[in-house]
Design a binder for this molecule. Structure first.
Ligand code: BV8
Length: 225
């Protein structure tokens, strides 16, 4: 069995009703990254940042996985140990669709992080910086997501998977955020065949051997079959 590494972005959750970032009307057209998705923003106005993530956490909790999430879970189940899902998404829809061991390189809305001691715990639906850390008691909690200027999680592990990939697929991502946008080149260096599945060609479509255009819930089940 060939090793398959899959990177997903906001586009795979779009049909589950969760907003993407850079499409028309996207999140970054309604909020400025500098106001809600950097450590400096959090230091400046923790309540504004928590409000931004609290609203998304409620939305994500109400969302349901779509056929694309379920198709990737089937692929994983049919090829135990050979299919790695890396997601830029902070929702839990891959797990809700049956996927296992998902690598959340940009963190998870469902997790809280203590900025004082590094403790992590399950986030309440509505979080505030005044919530006391269950480990150290400090009131310094933040969403456990990776902001711009912060190192994404589990990068060594991800790069190791890419180095051994036979197939790399990027699904529902605009290819505008690094290091994720550079993964196709990493995989190609290892000799992997790279496939992009997206509504429109991404900013790095040229890094792929094949580009399949369409909605994830339609194209991914066909690609997995
Ligand atoms: C890092 C947080 C280094 C959680 C996100 C200056 C200072 C510091 C860093 C930089 C800098 N300049 C550049 C950088 C690097 C920076 C970067 O890449 N910036 C870009 C904007 C140029 N990257 C970073 O800062 C990263 N860290 O470099 O650290 C370092 C080194 C050492 C030590 C310390 C640090 C961190 C990046 C992570 C930032 N956090 N999210 C959250 O709020 O969610 S990233 C943000 O964009 C989103 O969260 C998302 O995860 C990510 C990618 O977006 P996409 O998922 O691709 O979504 P998008 O809307 O863009 O595209 C959706 C696509 O789907 C579209 O193409 C659309 O056509 C398609 N689609 C829509 N519907 C469908 C569909 N496809 C199929 N079916 C459909 N139905």
């Amino acid at each position: 069995m060939q090793k398959i590494v899959i990177l997903t972005g906001a586009g795979i959750s779009a049909e589950s009703g969760l907003g993407t970032f850079r499409d028309v009307g996207g999140i970054w057209q309604r909020y400025r990254i500098e106001d809600v998705a950097t450590p400096e923003a959090f230091a400046r106005d923790a309540d504004l940042v928590h409000g931004f993530y609290n609203a998304r956490r409620v939305q994500a909790a109400e969302a349901r996985p779509n056929a694309a999430h379920r198709a990737l879970a089937r692929l994983q189940a049919e090829h135990a140990g050979e299919v790695v899902i890396v997601t830029q998404n902070v929702d839990g829809l891959h797990e809700a669709g049956g996927a296992r061991d998902v690598i959340h390189m940009h963190g998870e809305l469902a997790r809280a992080l203590c900025a004082a001691c590094g403790g992590r715990w399950e986030a309440a639906a509505q979080m505030s910086v005044r919530d006391a850390c269950p480990d150290c008691g400090a009131c310094a909690c933040r969403p456990d997501v990776v902001w711009f200027g912060e190192m994404p999680y589990r990068m060594e592990e991800i790069l190791s998977h890419l180095a051994g990939a036979d197939i790399f697929a990027a699904i529902g991502t605009s290819g505008q955020v690094y290091p994720a946008a550079g993964f196709a080149q990493e995989a190609a260096l290892a000799g992997a065949r790279c496939v992009e599945i997206n509504l429109e060609p991404s900013a790095v479509a040229g890094d792929f051997d094949e580009v399949r255009q369409g909605r994830a819930s339609e194209v991914v089940p066909l690609w997995v079959a």
